[in-house]
Design a protein around this ligand. Sequence first.
Ligand code: 13P
Length: 255
Amino acid sequence: MTKRRSIVVANWKMFMGPSDGEHLAHNIVDICQSFSSVDVVICPPLVSLTKVGSVIEGTRIKLGAQNIFWEPDEGPFTGEVSAQMIAGWCEYVIVGHSERRQHFEETDDIVNKKVKAGLQHGLKVIICVGESLVENNAGDTKDIIEYQVRSAYQGVLPNDALQTVVAYEPIWAIGTGLASTPYAANRVCAKYVRGTLDRIFGYEVSQAIRIQYGGSINRNNISEFIVQVDIDGVLIGGSSLSADEFAAILHVIDR
Ligand code: 13P
């Protein structure tokens, strides 16, 4: 099995409006041009997609959205944006981030609909899964992650599954400065995420799908995570808001 290509995704969350986003994208392009062995994706807020998209056009950096609605095409859904609309601009979309599950009551069923909507329009879908601190402490991580993975891929065909990435983000590690340990994160990615993908799609497909870790990644801890066999990249929040910090992380992964 050839090594899976690393993928690093910047999730800017609700930071970086159009002019700040444009500025940061310029800085990232300046510093990050030379990285060749890693896929780099920037996911700005919706309103910044066009500006950031035009800055990174012609570079190796890809554009992603942070969310889509579950209706794939169009309709009377005030304030929402569909996969069809996003597909004109973006190559990637993040679906099922824990902040959306938590603040917008996105259920596993909704996440599954969004996954299918994205795939239907040719987007590469980054599917987020992760357990809470309470669930972790109760020893429920295995059940939660396996359930979230199974639900997200309900009705997805193996060929389409190859267009997805899974991001394992333990909720208690997001924005807290308290990352999981590389060993524990790799165990979840290998056993509960890839193991479940193996049972759904078989060995070949499960080995080809990339799995990221996310949660308090920075330039100091990245090297320990990226060497783990089943961690194929990272989904980065806070540390992606500084071009220097982001570049330092990429530098470690690219060597
Ligand atoms: P932090 O890197 O800020 O912990 O955020 C992780 C995350 O939620 C990325 O989607």
